[in-house]
Design a protein around this ligand. Structure first.
Ligand code: XIL
Length: 373
């Protein structure tokens, strides 16, 4: 072969290598949480009404880019979706489902039975039989409507006291523990494929954990379907201890159910009950405007940004260790500007609990979680 042909071959190889490398560069997807954790579990968020209605385009972009599971923050709660005995408001919930379908997201229904954000009329129900009918109608109607589209339901939310006993509520007071059994039974009838979850906060606490385990076992012994335990994950920079979180994940998984981290956020501000002598029943309005309780109005200092990142990575190392048992890790919000922790437990604070800041920019914690798996 003469030099001319060699030259042509070398040129072709050069061009094809160049094209290939530039085409793979182009094909590289932008790194995102959902792709980084796809082999392990879903990465979810809670969407507020404005997000569901598409009124916050920057938040919507983050949702689409970073998350593959979604929970409606408020719009499927009883007071909103079933405000009167015979009237259901499905408009926003329908938009929520559409958002999940359009973006191929694992849709979570939150929540069917909860003492809070309940419609007033339910408080007037007078006896056990009437309450069983109310539960049947509520659950069959809502779960039935979204059959096959909502993939997981928080069937019962926050039924436990801190000591692991069952909380008094209109449901418990009328029906005893049977209300929990009835709720799971009805949900399984309405959509046999949906994953059915018991969800609560402080699920890391040994006493509460024991109560949750008893609740799950009671359902299992009665042959009632339960597929998951939801650990809400409203945590802080200083607690809970990661060992307690890990022990809970392991013990729930040992029941043969999946663990869902359902409402993860890490407050960087003190809570009133962290202060000596501040009882939980106290009215926290006294703290409104108190600068000691709201130290980062101008932004989060680097040192705290670092602590937040460490806390998140500590938790995610455990989640990855138990990836076989964990179905989903959902954040309770998308960005700091729209976190419920700006208004609770003290109104009007500037909290920084999530992975994206008020300008929708990723924080150090985001970068570290992205690099972790
Ligand atoms: C919160 C919402 O984020 C707020 O917007 C609303 O005002 C109150 O409820 N546990 C739950 C969630 O199960 O539904 C709560 O969501 C937070 C605590």
């Amino acid at each position: 072969m003469n030099n001319f042909y060699w030259l042509i071959i070398v040129f072709c190889l050069f061009v094809s290598y160049g094209c290939e490398s530039s085409s793979t560069d182009l094909a590289q997807p932008t790194p995102s949480l959902k792709t980084a954790y796809e082999p392990s579990f879903f990465i979810g968020a809670a969407a507020g009404t404005s997000h569901i209605l598409g009124e916050d385009s920057a938040a919507l972009q983050l949702l689409q880019q970073e998350f593959n599971a979604l929970t409606a923050e408020n719009d499927m709660k009883w007071m909103h979706i079933h405000p009167q005995p015979d009237s259901f408001h499905f408009d926003i919930a329908d938009r929520f489902i559409q958002l999940c379908l359009d973006n191929d997201m694992y849709a979570v229904g939150h929540t069917l039975v909860w003492h809070s954000q309940l419609a007033d009329w339910v408080q007037e129900v007078e006896d056990s039989a009437a309450m069983a009918k109310v539960l049947q109608h509520h659950i069959a109607t809502i779960v039935g409507r979204y059959k096959g589209r909502i993939k997981a339901w928080d069937v019962v939310n926050e039924a436990l006291n801190e000591d692991g006993t069952l909380r008094s509520s209109i449901f418990y007071d009328l029906m005893g523990e049977a209300y929990i059994e009835e709720a799971f039974k009805q949900a399984a009838i309405a959509d046999p494929e949906a994953e059915l979850i018991y969800n609560d906060y402080n699920m890391w606490k040994p006493e509460k954990r024991a109560g949750a385990i008893r609740l799950v076992k009671n359902l299992q012994e009665k042959g009632i379907k339960i597929d998951g335990v939801g650990m809400q994950g409203h945590w802080s920079l200083v607690g809970p201890d990661l060992v307690d979180i890990e022990n809970s994940i392991r013990e729930y998984a040992a029941l043969g159910v999946k663990v869902h981290i359902t409402e993860l956020d890490i407050t960087v501000l003190p809570n009133p009950w962290d202060l000596e002598g501040a009882a939980v029943e106290q009215n926290f309005d006294a703290y409104i405007g108190d600068e000691r309780m709201d130290a980062y109005r101008q932004g989060l200092p680097d040192s705290v940004q670092q602590q937040l990142a460490e806390r998140y990575t500590g938790a995610f190392k455990i989640f990855l260790k138990y990836r076989e048992d964990i179905k989903r890790v959902s954040f309770w919000g998308i960005h700091d500007g729209h976190s419920w922790l700006n208004g609770w437990p003290i109104q009007g604070r500037t909290n920084h609990p999530l992975l994206f800041d008020r300008t929708y920019q990723p924080k150090l914690a985001y970068q570290q979680l992205l690099d972790l798996p």
